[in-house]
Design a protein around this ligand. Structure first.
Ligand code: 5GP
Length: 362
């Protein structure tokens, strides 16, 4: 028998945050840093709980060097070789590096071996992210248990899942933080290819509730398009937020800048047609054809690509984007009457809406 869950499930675009009277006088009074204690050990971490995704475009050492100035996190992608790690030796073994860098691993034997090597060379690193597209397999759960056993005092992120039961299961298997999000990424085609997914705002609310009951945490992964979505995710109970698309397209992203020339239709003083040049960077999903060709030499016959490849506008230094995001977040806290990011969920009331933005001028 088919089962339909008819409860309404919401995404970021279905809600807005209601403003409240507050005693805060300025955004500059808002504290976005938060200190975390974790479920499985007594290691602590203090910083702004926003993490760049472990994608080629965002999980780079260059990104981590910029993020470390703001006490934010970067999940370094798993395709760097040990030599690449060693080229960044000074940063990786520094206190700042260890506070920013999260090592990513998949669950294949080669991923596991590389993780062991990295952690052996850099025992100072505190964060490990076990990342698979589908966190519901028993093989994944077993891998989480194994990693917890080998690294009893590391901060362990595991995912992705979108439901309460599996959030609890992964926490009990050894995760400190469960990564939430299926089918919601900006270059993801999982929902089109498989019909599988869960609206992200509801997934966060439900999984955060499940995790917090077990002294665990969640990380909202994917789907944030604007600073306002990040505010909504924190308001809904996300402890950490991972961003791909919003941090892609910068100098610190992998890949070259590409230029495209556009005819403007205008004529200059010398009677020549004016051509404008725009700069772009390539951005692709880690399960896209582009990524599979780059890292696996092609797509295996039994699987299909579940990611897009696109050119996105070049955005310059990532610090500008970081400042814009943090500015938006401070302003959201001011509107909700919350002096600290820590108190923001308690201060957040969502309103369901049928319209988000005024698109008159786009
Ligand atoms: P964004 O912030 O761009 O909306 O989402 C980033 C997230 O999308 C990543 O952290 C990752 O979980 C997910 N993602 C990255 N590449 C792919 C892909 O090729 N396919 C799918 N299904 N998800 C992807």
């Amino acid at each position: 028998m088919n089962i339909i869950n008819s409860d309404i499930k919401l995404d970021f675009e279905d809600v807005l945050i209601c403003p409240k009277r507050s005693t805060l006088n300025s955004r500059s009074e808002v504290d976005l840093e938060k200190e975390f204690k974790f479920k499985w050990h007594d290691k602590k971490w203090k910083g702004i709980p926003i993490m760049a995704s472990n994608m080629d475009a965002t999980g780079t050492f260059e990104m981590a060097k910029s993020f470390s100035k703001y006490n934010m996190l970067v999940a370094i992608h798993k395709h760097y070789s040990i030599e690449d790690w060693e080229k960044n030796h000074e940063f990786v073994r520094s206190e700042r590096g260890a506070n920013t860098i999260c090592v990513t691993t998949g669950i294949q034997d080669l991923d596991f071996e590389k993780l062991l090597k990295i952690m052996q060379i850099y025992p100072n690193l505190k964060w490990i992210c076990i990342d698979v597209a589908n966190g519901y397999t028993s093989r994944f759960e077993e891998f989480v248990k194994k990693i917890r056993k080998i690294f009893p005092d590391k901060i362990l992120i595991a995912g992705n899942v979108v439901t309460r039961e599996m959030t609890e299961q992964l926490l009990l298997s050894g995760a400190d933080i469960v990564k939430i999000g299926i089918g919601n990424g900006s270059v993801c085609t999982t929902r089109k290819m498989t019909g599988v997914g869960y609206p992200q705002l509801s997934a966060i609310m439900e999984c955060a509730d499940a995790a917090h009951g077990l002294n665990g945490h969640i990380l909202c992964d994917g789907g944030c398009q604007f600073a306002g979505d990040i505010a909504k995710a924190f308001g809904a109970g996300a402890d950490f937020i991972m961003l791909g698309g919003m941090f892609a397209g910068h100098d610190e992203s992998a890949g070259e800048i590409k230029e495209k020339h556009f005819k403007t239709g205008e004529i200059n003083d010398y009677g020549k047609e004016i051509i404008k040049t725009k700069k772009f960077k390539l951005f692709y999903g880690m399960s896209s054809e582009t990524a599979m060709h780059k890292y696996k030499g092609g797509i295996e016959k039994y699987r299909a690509s579940e990611g897009k490849t696109t050119l996105i506008p070049y955005k310059g230094l990532v610090e500008n984007t970081i400042l814009e995001i943090l500015g938006g977040l401070r302003s959201a806290c001011t509107y909700a009457g919350s002096k600290k990011l820590k108190d923001f969920p308690k201060c957040t009331t969502f309103i369901r809406v049928s319209k988000q933005h005024n698109d008159m001028w786009n």
